[in-house]
Ligand binder design. Sequence first.
Ligand code: CP3
Length: 356
Amino acid sequence: MSSPVPAATFKPSTQKRLLRALAGGSLDRPPIWLMRQAGRYLPEYRALREKAGSFLALCYAPDLAAEVTLQPVRRFGTDAAILFADILLVADALGQRLDFREGEGPVLEPVRGLDDLVRLGRRDPQTRLAPVYETVSRVRAALPGDCALIGFAGAPWTVATYMVEGGANGDHACAKRWAYGDPAGFQRLIDLLVETTFAYLDRQIAAGAEAVQIFDSWAGALSAEGIERWCVAPVAALVTRLRAAHPDVPVIVFPRGAGALYQGFAPATGAQGIGIDFTVPARWAADVLQKEATVQGNLDPQLLVVGGETMRRAAHQLLETLGHGPYIFNLGHGVVPETPPEHVADLVGLVRNWRA
Ligand code: CP3
């Protein structure tokens, strides 16, 4: 596969702080980036979103998507940029009807069984996704030298929940009943997602992504056995293929809500980084998870809305607990639209000035 950037820039010897943290190096201060650092809380995002007309149009317009990716890097000086796209583009590329409605979130035509699955059949999902790879190479070319570019995708289970439920549905009952009641059939959907998601991330890396994150946002909806079968196993299959194709590109997994099953998740999947949600005690993460992988997280996004001394105290506590080991400062879930951008500037400044 042709790559627009020289292979040498992918070496872990790079000076970029995020990549050094993911290689397990000890740093004077951890890198910081925030999940959903691009988005509606930024006026400059809202302006481009308006210009694009719809959220999907924005995702598939490389010039606008690249600009939106760069906005928080310029404004705050984060140590990483995350590609502006969405985990549901994979469902769209597979031919499922997808719409993002104002105030309602994603709406999809539900896939409730194998009949619906075979009816999807877009012949070449990669053609539909090509503009995303173009965004990656544009961002990579425009990034400051010390800022790393993160590509991403949803984990098979999390994307499957949206495909089956037809949107953001609280209890995931349809997806869970299919998974528990007809595991062989549900495995077909998961296998299709492993395949398509591998190709999606493989091409993001070829276009210039230097690390990738796999979002398993709904891991916590499953039973412990369900997490082993429908989160750990497919993510492990994905990471194995990614590591074989791109041994120098680190992978961060974010199995939100995995609880006690956070322990062992990174070793079982082969990931270099483990994203923790805000329910995970930082002390426990330092004692247990930092022995297994680079820990990323986990400030509660609502603390970023509150800001001030309350936020700063919580951020300091995280730095003191996790900042002396392999660590990436982040939130425990994405930035919410109500967040004042000045609070983000304050947080990034605090982390950048802290010393281990
Ligand atoms: O800055 C970044 O983090 C990069 C871009 C990014 C988006 N979505 C943009 C987005 C990333 C990494 C995602 C991941 C994503 N998308 C996840 C995993 C992380 C998580 O939140 O758990 C999930 C579950 C989705 C699916 C999704 N996309 C939902 C449920 C929604 C609606 C809810 C909402 O916040 O509006 C989206 C829409 C979406 N994705 C927006 C953005 C900026 C808002 C849409 C808009 O601008 O109108």
